[in-house]
Design a protein around this ligand. Structure first.
Ligand code: URA
Length: 435
């Protein structure tokens, strides 16, 4: 019987399960431009409302993997472990964790993407390092992992291209926050990139794609279960995204903060989460026989400066200048500077972390222009949520080039932050994990 997208949209709309052939058909037709965007959009909304079970999600993931090239990482011996974040505000852990795990002996072939929605992207952060090349040929990428222990390259559009096309439509149809769609999106890219073992940081809160802890736990459990179905060993951490991670949100400002952390300083939350992710990578890679010894190896790599040296090696191998490692002023910084100040005495609360990500996106020019991102623009918080403030004290630095976007960015920051009369309860940084 001939398949038609309309029948499959109806089938999901009415709550029935798809077969493997049906999901292969939908993904292939859409990827090849033979299915109307309107039909894919309708099917995505049907999935958003009706869901996909684990088997369907695994079929969808496989179909998306098959939509493009698949990287073969067999040339790289074990222990190799990848890391991924579901996306957040100020999340620069890749810049810390990749050299940190590599300094302990894990091989980390990391393919990263650009920014999604209000969240930042590792590639843009790396581009703010003068000379750093993110576009590596596959043989060059593999050779660097063998030689240095890690490489961070750009995820080419040739890997899981169906995800890119489907994601663009989800972004415009209010269907991003669907658990099976997120799982298929993340795991298809990871499987196509050749990963077999992966630690995923599932973000939860107002700055994440999953705002509630219950949904984030379900996302983590689904990532692990679908990973099992498609031969990926997935371990998830569930971490807080109700406020930015660390203090910096942007590109060059985040690189500076990551270097501070690799140097043994930096904000405590960034340090704690990076150590946790690297420790799990060391365990998953089999380089330690228990959590305590994995943690000791990771902490020692930070304390001895080995992790920072590994970052330097990665930067050099990818053509970057390394002056910024000792002199942050060699990183780009947008010329405009505006300070948001407290309007009352009290305690700082972050009500809407997403709005901070949107403000950083706005000043970087990503929202209004297909062209260059202003890598030196961004926000730097002066304080974490729960800190005591007095009226008139600085809360956030906004760095910008184009003044046009400043009023809107200020408005977003004001929407995100309040000064409350009572100290808010401290939040956990890491809520849970799944494996
Ligand atoms: N990250 C992805 O790669 N895809 C999603 O759908 C959400 C976060």
């Amino acid at each position: 019987m001939r398949m038609h997208p309309l029948d499959l949209i109806e089938k999901k709309r009415d709550g029935y399960r798809h077969t493997k052939e049906e999901l292969d058909f939908l993904v292939a037709k859409f990827n090849e431009g033979e299915m109307a965007k309107a039909q894919m959009a309708a099917w995505l909304m049907a999935v958003y409302l009706r869901g996909l079970d684990l088997t369907e999600t695994a079929y969808l993931t496989r179909a998306m993997v098959e939509s493009g090239l698949k990287v073969d990482l067999k040339a790289i011996d074990e222990p190799k472990v990848d890391k991924h974040s579901t996306g957040g505000v100020g999340d620069k852990t890749t810049l810390v964790v990749v050299p940190l795990a590599a300094a302990v002996g894990i091989k980390v072939p990391k393919l990263s993407g650009g920014a999604l929605g209000h969240t930042g992207g590792t590639l843009d952060k790396l581009k703010s390092i003068p000379g750093f090349r993110t576009t590596l040929a596959l043989d060059e990428f593999i050779a660097q992992v063998l030689d240095v222990g890690a490489a961070i390259g750009s995820q080419t559009g040739e890997l899981a291209p169906a995800d890119k096309k489907i994601y663009a439509l989800r972004d415009k149809t209010a269907t991003v926050s669907s658990i099976p769609l997120i799982v298929a999106s993340i795991l298809s890219k990871k499987a196509a990139a050749g990963s077999r073992k992966i630690v995923i940081d599932v973000k939860t809160g107002t700055g994440a794609f999953m705002p509630t802890l219950a949904e984030s736990k379900e996302l983590a459990a689904t990532l692990v279960a679908v990973g099992n179905e498609i031969d990926l060993n997935v371990e998830c951490i569930i971490s807080d995204m109700n406020q930015p991670l660390g203090l910096a949100i942007g590109n060059s400002v985040e690189v500076k903060e990551a270097v501070d952390c690799l140097g043994g300083g930096g904000p405590p939350d960034l340090r704690e989460l990076s150590i946790e992710i690297a420790t799990r990578m060391v365990l998953l890679g089999g380089l330690a026989d228990g959590r305590e010894s994995a943690l000791a190896k990771v902490e020692s790599a930070l304390a001895t400066g080995k992790a920072l040296s590994k970052f330097q090696e990665i930067v050099l191998a990818q053509g970057g200048e390394t002056a910024f490692l000792t002199d942050a002023s060699s990183l780009k910084r947008a010329p405009g500077h505006f300070v948001i100040k407290a309007e009352d005495d009290g305690w700082l609360a972050v009500d809407n972390c997403r709005a901070l990500g949107e403000a950083a996106t706005l000043v970087s020019g990503r929202i209004h222009d297909e062209g260059e991102i202003d890598l030196g623009a961004g926000l730097v918080m002066k304080l974490k949520a729960g800190a005591e403030v007095v009226k008139g004290s600085p809360l956030v630095d906004i760095f910008y080039t184009d003044e046009l976007w400043l009023p809107q960015a200020k408005e977003l920051v004001s929407k995100a932050l309040t000064v409350v009369p009572e100290k808010p309860d401290d939040r956990a940084l890491i809520y849970d994990w799944r494996s």
